[in-house]
Every structure is written in structure tokens, then in C-alpha cells.
Design a protein around this ligand. Structure first.
Ligand code: CS2
Ligand code: MG
Length: 406
């Protein structure tokens, strides 16, 4: 079974997605997600100009060799663009091989290890009361885990809190065709506010569910340690991305000051980003998803290392990871011993016109289907109706005008 063609589909049904399509000489089609939010066309260029020509004619059954060829064979290794591109090839090859054998990908990965995947949605509000209300509504729907973010009093904008004209959480759907929105940040106000928000959620709704919060890389190590400590009474499931993610050693300081569980890695792309964090037991959850982490093959290796050190999975699952990437996350979660949780932010309605996943989300529990491969169909005619739209993520400035991490 040889790869006969490699094509890149770029579409924007509600938001931008980059999808690699591999077709074999016997007509089997496999898909892989390569979406890098706000830098989509860089991945398109990497795939179209540099990887697709290498793929045509290759043996589609040699997933491992192709991975090594693309990773070791490139002098310039790692980085989000390279690894999302390699990931898309890897996902598409697993999809092709599942379809060729008539089995879901999870069967090729060793088979089912659990009956469902616990997921968490986003609960946001402009006030503490509105956030508690949003959280209560999700718990009423049956969710057993929730992430809460609320507007910080005194700041014009807050990460993760954006109520669109439709009233939904559209925090990560940047305005089309414009320059990045500028958000405002003040660490002191944030640190004063978050323990109050989390306390209100526990006081009002109790402890019978997993509670998560995301700091989006905005704190120093000692500020993060202090926040983790302040949140200890509220038994968080995790505190996410406290410090800028480049610095693995920052977690030594954070860990020394708090027992609040820590999650990091949604912007990581290889096992090397986790080497210190995992082997020194500095984190509890790996946020790296299949799409940005070199594919199913590479994420499985990272999670095998994590398992040795008692670290579990918690894959990134925002709406900028396509349903193909979400399905790939789900197949990995289905088979590994150390599954923790899966983020499932949900998708704009239009996305469903292009991507038809067969996984099912019921009462916050995600189940993969027995459809061959990854189990996601892509309607290319529908994709053609929604061309790419230039969109940036926001940037962040402190009140004195200087840049801060977003
Ligand atoms: C966020 C992301 O889901 C999360 O935890 O941190 O939504 C992130 O901001 C976006 O995916 C960026 O593309
Ligand atoms: Mg995050």
C-alpha cells in the first residue's frame, strides 16, 4: 500500500482548520489535523512545499519509519510548525492503516482500556455570580469536571472570558481580518481575585466534581507557588500553565511551595519539552495534544514516560484543534494506562458541516466509536465553501503598556 497523493485542505467553518489528506494507491483516504491557531499558513507551507513531495510513493504501512524519516531526516527539528506537520502525517497514516484493516485506530494501539473519557468544558462569566451560574448549568448537564475563568475586576479584558454576540464562550475565536486584539493584564488583581472565585464555586456548588483553572502562562514561579498554595483548600483537579512554558526549571520553585496539582504543555511539541518536568516529578498532567505533539506515535511515547513517574494525560482540546485531532486524542486516551482527563471545549455549529466525527460526547463523557481508522469524515465540498480567513490570537499588555505573555 503506497501513498499516491498528499493534499492539504484549508478551511474556515467557524474557525480555521488545516487538514492533511493522504490517499493510497488502493484508494484509501486518511486525514490528519495540523491546525496551529493564528499561524495556519506556516503549517500549510511546511506541508505542501516540504513534506508532501516526500510522501508520495512511500509505503503507507511504515508509520514508524515515516515518522523517523521526517523527524530525524530534517536537520531543523522540533518546533510547533514542524511537529504539527509531522503529526498530521502520522495521524493520517494511522487513519489509513485502520481503514485498510477495517479496525478503529485504538485496536492498532493495543485495544480499549476504559469505558469512557472524562472531559471538561469551559465555564466563564463576567462576574463571580455569573461564573458560578455557568458552572452550575454544566454540572446540571451531567459534567463531572469543569474549568472556570471569570473577568478580573478592574481589568478591561481577561483571558478566557469573552461572551460573544451569541452569548457563548468564544474566547479563542479572534476577529477576522484584523490585527491582534490588545488585552490588559495586572498580576496583582488576578492573584487577589482567583482564590475568591474558586472559593465561591466550592462554597456554592460543593466538592463533588473536578475543578480546573488556567493561568495561561502569566505568573512568575513564586507567584505561581503562592497561588497554588492559596487554592489548596479548594482541592483543585489542576492549575494549568502558571508560568511561561519555555522554562521547565520554574516548576522546581512552584512544586516546592504547593501541593495543588499542576498541568502544562499545550504549547509543547516533543518529549524533550517534558524531560525535566516528568523525570523530576514536577508536574501531574501532560497537556500536549496529538495535533501539536508529533502525532499519535510521539504522544504515546511521551505518555509512556509520564506513566513511569505517575504523571497522567490531560490533552488540550480547544476548538482550534479540529475534530480529526480531537478523535486522535480520544483514541490515545482510550488505550493508555495513565489517562487523566480530556478538554472538550466544543465547536462552532459550522464546523460540523465539514467535519463529521463518530465519537460521542454524552453527559461530559467521551466515547470513541468502532468506525475504522480515526472515524472522522471530512466533507471537502463543504470545506470549499468556507475559505481561510486571516485571524490572530490576542496579545497582552500590562497597564504600563509593556508586553506580557498571552
Ligand atoms: C487554552 C487554549 O484551552 C485552553 O486551555 O489555553 O484555548 C488556547 O488559548 C488556545 O487553544 C490557543 O490557540
Ligand atoms: Mg490552556
Amino acid at each position: 500500500m503506497k501513498i499516491a497523493s498528499a493534499d492539504v485542505i484549508v478551511c474556515s467553518p467557524g474557525r480555521n482548520f488545516v487538514t492533511l489528506k493522504l490517499t493510497t494507491d488502493d484508494g484509501i483516504v486518511g486525514y490528519g489535523d495540523a491546525t496551529v491557531n493564528g499561524r495556519e499558513l506556516a503549517v500549510v507551507g511546511y506541508l505542501r512545499e516540504h513534506l508532501c513531495p516526500l510522501l508520495v510513493g512511500r509505503d503507507a504501512t511504515r508509520i514508524n519509519d515515516t515518522w523517523q524519516y521526517l523527524y530525524r531526516g530534517a536537520y531543523w527539528r522540533r518546533g510547533p510548525i514542524t511537529m504539527a506537520s509531522i503529526s498530521a502525517v502520522d495521524q493520517a497514516l494511522w487513519d489509513v492503516n485502520g481503514k485498510a484493516l477495517g479496525v478503529p485506530v485504538y485496536r492498532l494501539l493495543g485495544g480499549q482500556a476504559r469505558d469512557y473519557l472524562l472531559t471538561y468544558p469551559h465555564c466563564v462569566g463576567q462576574t463571580v455570580e455569573a461564573t458560578v451560574e455557568a458552572a452550575a448549568a454544566k454540572l446540571d448537564e451531567g459534567y463531572q469536571a469543569i474549568r472556570v475563568q471569570a473577568a478580573v475586576p478592574g481589568l478591561a479584558t481577561t483571558y478566557g472570558v469573552h461572551v460573544s454576540k451569541h452569548g457563548e464562550d468564544a474566547a479563542y475565536e479572534p476577529a477576522a481580518g484584523s490585527l491582534p486584539e490588545e488585552e490588559e493584564w495586572d498580576t496583582g488583581r488576578y492573584l487577589d481575585f482567583v482564590p475568591k472565585l474558586i472559593k465561591a464555586v466550592r462554597d456554592e456548588l460543593g466538592y463533588g466534581f473536578a475543578l480546573l483553572h488556567d493561568s495561561h502562562h502569566r505568573l512568575t514561579p513564586i507567584e505561581a507557588g503562592g497561588l497554588g498554595k492559596a487554592l489548596e483548600p479548594y482541592r483543585m483537579f489542576w492549575l494549568e500553565d502558571t508560568t511561561p512554558a519555555e522554562d521547565q526549571t520554574a516548576f522546581r520553585t512552584i512544586r516546592a511551595h504547593t501541593t495543588t496539582p499542576l498541568a502544562v504543555g499545550e504549547v509543547f511539541n516533543t518529549v524533550w519539552d517534558f524531560q525535566t518536568l516528568i523525570t523530576e516529578r514536577l508536574i501531574d498532567y501532560v497537556r500536549m495534544p496529538v495535533t501539536h505533539g508529533g502525532g499519535i506515535s510521539h504522544l504515546m511515547r511521551v505518555l509512556a514516560l509520564a506513566d513511569v513517574y505517575g504523571v497522567r494525560s490531560g490533552a488540550h482540546g480547544p476548538s482550534d484543534i479540529s475534530p480529526v485531532g480531537m478523535a486522535a486524542n480520544a483514541h490515545v486516551g482510550w488505550v493508555i494506562p495513565n489517562f487523566g482527563i480530556q478538554e472538550f471545549m466544543g465547536y462552532p455549529e459550522l464546523t460540523g458541516e465539514v467535519f463529521k466525527p463518530s465519537y460521542e460526547l454524552t453527559n461530559g463523557l467521551l466515547r470513541v466509536s468502532d468506525a475504522p481508522g480515526l472515524g472522522v469524515e471530512v466533507d471537502e465540498e463543504a470545506a470549499a465553501r468556507y475559505p481561510y480567513v486571516a485571524r490572530y490570537l490576542p496579545v497582552n499588555r500590562r497597564q504600563d503598556g509593556s508586553m506580557h505573555d498571552w
